[in-house]
Design a protein around this ligand. Structure first.
Ligand code: HEC
Length: 173
C-alpha cells in the first residue's frame, strides 16, 4: 500500500547511512536563505541614480539640538546628496559624476556654486523657481530637472539653505 511505502521511506531516510544527506541539506537551506536575503537587500537598495522617487519628506529625519537654520542646512545637505550631487558634485563645483554628460551636451558643467560670480547675480526666488520648474523655466538648460513633483516646498527652502553654504566670502560685500 502507498501508505506503508511512505512510512518505509521515512524510516529509510532516518537510518544512519542516509543522515549525511539530511545534514547536507541544512547548509543548502541556510545558503538558499542567505541568497534570498542578499537578493532582498539589493532589491531594497533603491532606484538608480537618475530615477527619483516622489513623496520624499526630509522632516522624517529627526534632528535634535540644533538651531532652525542649522537643521535646515542639515536637511538640505541630505536632499542635495540624494538629488543633486550626481550633477552638481559633492563640493557644489558642478563636477558631479554625471557632469561629463552635461558637458558633452551643452558644452559646460552645471553651475559652480563655489564661484562668487554665481552668487552676484542670483536671488532666492530664482533658485526656488529653478529647483521647482527646472532650468527651462529661466531660459537655462533643460538638463537642470524640475523637482516640483518630488520635493515639498519646505525642502526646496532647505536646499537653498544648503546651497548658500557653498558661497565663498559670505558676508563681505
Ligand atoms: C541631471 C543633472 C542635474 C541635476 C540632477 C540637478 N541639476 Fe541643477 N543644474 C544642472 C545644469 C546642467 C545646470 C546649468 C544650466 C545652465 O547653465 O544652462 C543647473 C543649474 C542649477 C542652478 C543654477 C540656476 C541658475 O540660475 O543659473 C541651481 C540653483 C541648481 N541647478 C540647483 C539644483 C538642485 C538644488 C538640484 C537638486 C535638487 C539640482 N540642481 C539637480 C543639472 C542638474
Amino acid at each position: 500500500m502507498i501508505w506503508q511505502q511512505l512510512v518505509r521511506l521515512v524510516q529509510r531516510v532516518n537510518t544512519r547511512q542516509e543522515r549525511p544527506l539530511l545534514k547536507l541539506s541544512i547548509p543548502l537551506v541556510v545558503l538558499a536563505g542567505l541568497g534570498l536575503f542578499v537578493w532582498g537587500q539589493s532589491e531594497s537598495k533603491g532606484p538608480p541614480l537618475l530615477f527619483v522617487p516622489s513623496g520624499v519628506d526630509s522632516t522624517a529625519l529627526r534632528i535634535v539640538g540644533f538651531t532652525d537654520e542649522e537643521r535646515s542646512v542639515i536637511r538640505g545637505k541630505a536632499l542635495f546628496t540624494r538629488f543633486c550631487v550626481v550633477c552638481h558634485g559633492e563640493t557644489g563645483d558642478g563636477k558631479g559624476p554625471n557632469s561629463w554628460l552635461i558637458v558633452d551636451m551643452i558644452g559646460k558643467t552645471p553651475k559652480d556654486f563655489t564661484d562668487p560670480e554665481f552668487w552676484k547675480w542670483i536671488y532666492d526666488a530664482e533658485i526656488e523657481q529653478v529647483i521647482k520648474f527646472g532650468g527651462g523655466s529661466i531660459k537655462e538648460s533643460v538638463l537642470m530637472p524640475a523637482f516640483e513633483d518630488m520635493l515639498l516646498n519646505r525642502d526646496v527652502l532647505n536646499l537653498i539653505s544648503y546651497l548658500k553654504t557653498f558661497q565663498p566670502d559670505k558676508g563681505e560685500d
